[in-house]
Design a protein around this ligand. Sequence first.
Ligand code: 5GP
Ligand code: MG
Length: 187
Amino acid sequence: MLFLPYFCVMDRIRLHDRNFKLFISNEKIEEAVRKTALRLNHDYADGDIPVILSVLNGSFMFTASLMRHIDFLCELSFVKMASYCGTSSTGQVRQLIGVSDSLKGRRVIIVEDIVDTGRTITDMYALLQDMGVSDIRVCTLFLKPDAYKGCVRIDYHAMEIGNEFIVGYGLDYDQLGRQLQDIYIVE
Ligand code: 5GP
Ligand code: MG
């Protein structure tokens, strides 16, 4: 049994078959999140009330922290991207679940944990465009610029990292490690 005490920072942790070492402190993350919220506060000070779409599961912690610093009126919905097999010609089809009210004509801010190749965000962007959303912006905690192959503009990113695999602060390794307050990198 591995205990993950919240009151002490561990240098190294083991999740499943992998070892991870401390990479980014919670303090640094919180400061980057606060700065990102300040940019949003500036850009959304006027205009129609936006809907924040927080993409589960990974972005729950980022969203909670970001929301504490946001000072403009906004709605919040937690959504999930689901994949299912389409016909042989369409292959994998992706669907957005959890959007209850119509987003037609609304301004949307997508809140993601991490943008890697950009496949997820590209699919989500296309689905929102099909719903008639009037303006879409992307806000991610982490961006991997060297891995990113998408065409969608990443409007806000709190931090950049290389092509490493990280866990913590909402991000998992095979469902473990999401509750870690700091970010750990695979060894
Ligand atoms: P993309 O579609 O941009 O290639 O990948 C996005 C998704 O892959 C993220 O939402 C996340 O679930 C997963 N992912 C990409 N890089 C990492 C990483 O370094 N750590 C973790 N835990 N997940 C990652
Ligand atoms: Mg994600």
